[in-house]
Design a protein around this ligand. Structure first.
Ligand code: AMP
Length: 608
């Protein structure tokens, strides 16, 4: 056993491994001398497994048995949108597993997603072992900040399968900040803009005296380089179809070749103004062999992808608003992920933050370096690096009325633990079902279900008379455990939330429906106070918004009714506050929230 710790950036497209050697973090090159390794796994006809560059090289001729972008599937449930989307695009076969999970079938053998990711981790482990000339069994592995609990768990499982003790999971942008600030004694607020192959993350951090504190983090797990590639592919396919009436997407081999050239052209356009796309013998029409030949300009790529670029900026804007930070307070912006090489991205990021992004860090290597720094800090007793990360989602449970009651708000520093006392909603109710959810909606069914369990054997009593304490705990890896305890008899139930995530909305709705008989509720006063606060906030906001809405719809008939309705909703809410009428207040608050959103939309449209 060695106590060396490697840092692994397990990327959607490429992975990278690093270590701290004599106090300096270094990236470990693979046998071919490359510092990053494609996150690809293939199974040959002979049954031999290939990983990394050699898997990538044979992908065109073995498309059905070559897995790429497995990270898009990790920790997801069968039927979830991410899985459906990946299935539409993947050249390999994705099948349903026995526990509603997802598996990949390669040469009649089915593999779980953590297994596939484990092969990549194993490859990174062996790259490190070869370089270091000895075994390595500990690692810090990075994940997108926006990964939910199930995805983190599954990544940890992948590590275990690969024979690695994953001593910590950290968020990619946080790792990037660690590498950026390492040894510099900086005191400043920074933003990490991370656009990789499959995901986008933005984090705001405060650095000072070796403490790296994440203030806010947000992102989109459906936004990355592959979406840019797809725009180019669609453009090529559409052009070809117009000319030859053939849909190239129907041919797996042609599609794989298109993917390759589209990605290559996209990368080339980061340094050149034009890229030639040349695919001889792409398909045949009768006895005629057809070729695909086009030139794509940087402007064309920018035009095809402008909405994707805009989406990244609007997420940045919202994050700053949520964290209550002025743009001008950000002194440095670090770019992470291969996609940030695109000049348009650099340009819009610089324009938005008003600072030139920092050039000193390598976008493909910085995350692995940060993971290595965190790894060495964890094993060194006297490390001068302290990392305070946050949870990217609010966590809570469903309560009476189908509402979501948050116990740990979004952007709380982890590790953390919190408890709250709930009560029963029916007379003689002997069990409660705890539905553990994450998300930002007040409605339970709009959030993501992480897990559920039942606490039974409660004392028979009138509704509201039994006290049930629910405790949430998030580890430094971001993994969630929940327990519920009957405060009277000490009866306890607990779960470590595992990969039940990725359920479809319909399934969640159904589970929420089925739980009606086991509901818990907040204690009477709290429920009222919470509703009251929410309603008053909305009323305030509505009142400040009225003049702007009136200006926005001046002269039009259609908005007048909405304003009238909003005024009557406010009155209803105020009356319900006076009467302590929680259900009516809940209804009015919900309708007010919807109306307010609509007004915001009207104002935004008028501005545009
Ligand atoms: P990552 O997940 O950080 O490895 O990022 C991979 C993504 O970055 C892929 O979509 C690549 O196509 C993209 N990428 C890599 N190099 C470039 C480049 N020079 N210009 C534009 N995109 C790039």
């Amino acid at each position: 056993m060695s106590d060396r710790v490697i840092g692994i950036d397990l990327g959607t497209t490429n992975s990278c491994v690093a270590i701290v050697e004599n106090g300096t973090p270094v990236v470990i090159p693979n046998k071919g001398g490359y510092k990053t390794t494609p996150s690809m796994v293939a199974i040959m006809e002979s049954g031999k497994r290939l990983c990394g560059h050699i898997a990538k090289r044979q992908a065109i001729t073995n498309a059905e048995h070559t897995v790429y972008a497995a990270k898009r599937l990790i920790g997801r449930k069968w039927g979830s949108p991410a899985v459906r989307q990946t299935m539409e695009q993947a050249s390999y076969k994705i099948i349903e597993g026995p526990h509603d999970d997802v598996r990949i079938e390669l040469r009649s053998h089915s593999y779980s997603i953590p297994e596939i990711s484990a092969y990549i981790l194993q490859e990174m482990k062996s790259i490190a072992e070869e370089y270091l000339g000895g075994t390595v069994d500990k690692a810090v592995v990075t994940v997108p900040a926006y990964f939910n609990d199930g995805q983190r768990q599954a990544t940890k499982d992948a590590g275990r399968i690969a024979g690695l003790d994953v001593i910590r999971i950290i968020n990619e942008p946080t790792a990037a900040a660690l590498a950026y600030g390492f040894g510099k004694q900086l005191e400043r607020k920074i933003a990490v803009f991370d656009l990789g192959g499959g995901t986008f993350d933005i984090s705001i951090l405060e650095l000072g005296n070796g403490v790296f504190e994440v203030i806010s983090t947000a992102g989109d797990t459906f936004l990355g380089g592959e979406d840019f590639d797809r725009r180019l592919i669609d453009w090529l396919v559409f052009g070809f179809q117009k000319e030859h009436q053939i849909d190239l997407r129907k041919d797996k081999m042609a599609l794989q070749r298109l993917k390759d050239v589209a990605e290559k052209a996209k990368c080339e356009l980061s340094t050149s103004r034009e890229a030639d796309i040349n695919l001889p013998f792409i398909i045949s029409k009768g006895s005629e062999a057809l070729h695909l030949q086009r030139t794509v300009t940087r402007e064309k790529l920018e035009e095809l992808t402008s909405d994707l670029v805009d989406r990244t900026i609007s997420i940045c804007r919202n994050t700053l608003i949520e964290a209550d930070i002025e743009k001008s307070a950000i002194e440095d912006v670090i770019l992470v992920g291969g996609m940030t090489r695109m000049p348009k991205i650099q340009e819009v990021v610089a324009a938005f933050f008003g600072v030139e992004p920092c050039k000193g860090v390598h976008p493909d290597e910085v995350v692995a370096l940060g993971a290595a720094i965190q790894g060495s800090a964890l094993i060194e007793r006297e490390s001068d690096v302290l990392l305070l990360d946050v949870t990217p989602h609010s966590l809570g449970i469903m309560i009476q009325g189908g509402y979501f009651h948050s116990l740990i708000p979004q952007n709380t520093t982890v590790p953390t633990q919190t408890s709250h006392v709930y009560t029963t909603v029916k007379d003689n109710q002997t069990s409660v079902k705890i539905l553990v959810l994450q998300g930002e909606s007040e409605r339970a069914e709009d959030n993501e279900l992480l897990g559920e369990f039942i606490l039974s054997g409660l004392r028979r009593a009138a509704k509201g008379a039994v006290d049930i304490e629910v405790t949430f705990e998030i580890s430094a890896d971001g993994i969630v455990s929940v327990s519920a305890k009957d405060l009277e008899n000490g009866q306890k139930q607990a779960i470590t939330v595992t990969a039940t995530s990725g359920l479809t909305e319909e399934e969640i709705r159904q589970m929420v429906q089925e739980s009606r008989d086991y509901l818990v509720d907040q204690k009477a006063n709290e429920a009222f106070e919470k509703q009251k606060q929410a309603a008053e906030k909305l009323i305030d906001e509505m009142q400040t918004l009225f003049p702007r809405v009136e200006t926005a719809i001046a002269g039009a008939d259609f908005g007048q009714d909405a304003i009238k309705k909003a005024r009557s909703l406010m009155e209803r809410a105020q009356k319900a506050i006076a009467m302590h009428d929680v259900p009516t207040l809940g209804d009015a608050t919900e309708s007010l929230g919807r109306t307010l959103n609509m007004f915001r939309g009207v104002i935004a449209k008028t501005k545009a």
